[in-house]
Design a protein around this ligand. Structure first.
Ligand code: PLP
Length: 404
């Protein structure tokens, strides 16, 4: 069970005010707030352990390396990967997808080949493939959805051809909240011998994810969305796949030997980690993972589900409010519009009441085109949010509505 008051005490920012109002933070899909233990980990490591990793014989370097590699093990256990060799540290989901698009594209895709995406992808799972399309002449196929925001699986099955080289879809939509059936999506791709990349940016913070159960070849997520620091993320890849892929960037750390005639690369994951990694960040991410693990991902999922149900019920009572995304399986994200009120006006006026929501296209413009709108107001919940805060949101929306 979640003891929300106890949890809130771990997040100093949640007790601040904005415009003299208590902060209500409902922008958790964009980034989450950080518990004290994560911030202290960053400060303490800089104060007492800081040294560059992997290369040093001296004490501090070895201690920093141990922390960095222990963080890799923490991530491995958290997502139930088989080996730490399957955990590549990156800057975040965006870099993970760019890495894969470049590297997979280089090794396995040629002109005329196809990648399957879905209509609800974040730009970070669209644009890297478009860059690859421009470089290599591949094309992009798109899985459509129904009006509830659920992917049309029969249409998905029809998109495969002998040219299909990869499927890349989001686990949870950052706009609609839809939890996609990624295990089924993966199994169908495997029937065609096609590997799969899952964008887990919006799933990892909210539910248990298990790489061995999911069976996708690749999976990406961001540390800052799972209560960790900014600037660190993960690309998971099955070891046999990572070892088949060429490096994304060259430099230190990713080589076994270099001469002007020939360079021998490291195996995965170091092959993909050129340069000094964000070793302070990876330790902070491990602390964040320890923190959510101690609460329990299943407890988090159950509590956030309860909050989302409550919010949905209350929001549906507001005159003229339309919710976008009513999938049967939904995460803790609610996108909405009220009457003809522009999303930006709603967001700006809610902000004056101390309520932080996100407005706009949420980096999913193709989805906005599908919905026939320019943008939405989005409230996204965390396990540190409360029903009282949802009441404040509903009251705020009513107040703003009266002004129009
Ligand atoms: N994918 C999804 C579904 C997201 O919601 C986001 C961020 O909001 C990203 C990818 C990109 O994450 P980041 O900016 O941390 O790289």
């Amino acid at each position: 069970m979640i003891d929300v008051e106890k949890i809130r005490a771990d997040f100093p920012i949640l007790s601040r005010t904005v415009y003299d109002k208590p902060l209500v933070y409902f922008d958790n899909s964009a980034t989450t707030q950080k518990p004290r233990c994560v911030v202290e980990s960053l400060v303490n490591e800089y104060y007492s352990v800081n040294a560059n990793v992997h290369r040093g014989v001296h004490f501090l370097s070895q201690q920093a390396t141990e922390l960095h590699e222990a963080a890799r093990e923490t991530v491995r256990a958290f997502i139930n990967a088989r080996s730490t060799n399957e955990i590549v540290f990156t800057r975040g989901t965006t870099e993970s997808i760019n890495l894969l698009a470049y590297s997979f594209g280089e090794a396995f895709m040629q002109e005329g080949d196809e990648v399957i995406l879905s209509v609800m992808e974040h730009h970070s799972n669209i644009v890297p493939w478009q860059i690859l399309a421009a470089r290599k002449g591949i094309s992009i196929k798109v899985i459509p959805m129904n009006d509830n925001g659920e992917l049309l699986m029969d249409e998905y099955k029809k998109l495969f051809s002998e040219k299909t080289k990869l499927v890349s879809v989001t686990h949870v939509s950052n706009v609609l909240g839809t939890v996609n059936p990624v295990k089924e999506i993966t199994a169908i791709a495997h029937e065609h011998n096609v590997p799969v990349l899952i964008d887990g940016a919006q799933s990892v913070p909210h539910m248990t994810v298990d790489m061995q159960d999911l069976d996708a070849e690749f999976f990406a997520f961001s540390g800052h969305k799972v209560y960790g620091p900014t600037g660190v993320g993960v690309l998971y890849g099955k070891e046999e796949w990572l070892n088949k892929l060429p490096p994304y960037q060259g430099g230190g750390e990713m080589i076994q030997s270099v001469s002007f005639e020939k360079t021998v690369f490291e195996q995965a994951p170091l092959k993909f980690e050129a340069g000094t990694p964000d070793y302070i960040g990876t330790t902070g991410l491990a602390k964040a993972i320890d923190y959510v693990t101690a609460i329990g991902m299943d407890n988090i999922a159950a509590y956030e589900h309860e909050l989302t149900e409550y919010a949905t019920r209350r929001l549906k009572d507001v005159d003229g409010l339309r919710i976008f995304g009513e999938a049967e399986h939904k995460g803790s994200v609610i996108s909405f519009l009220v009457g003809n009120i522009h999303h930006l006006d709603m967001g700006t006026l809610l902000d004056r009441l101390g309520i932080a929501v996100r407005t706009g296209h949420h980096c999913a413009q193709p989805l906005m085109i599908r919905l026939g709108i320019e943008g939405t107001v989005r409230a996204s919940f965390s396990f540190y949010n409360t029903k009282e805060e949802i009441d404040a949101l509903v009251d705020g929306i009513k107040k703003v509505s009266k002004m129009f």
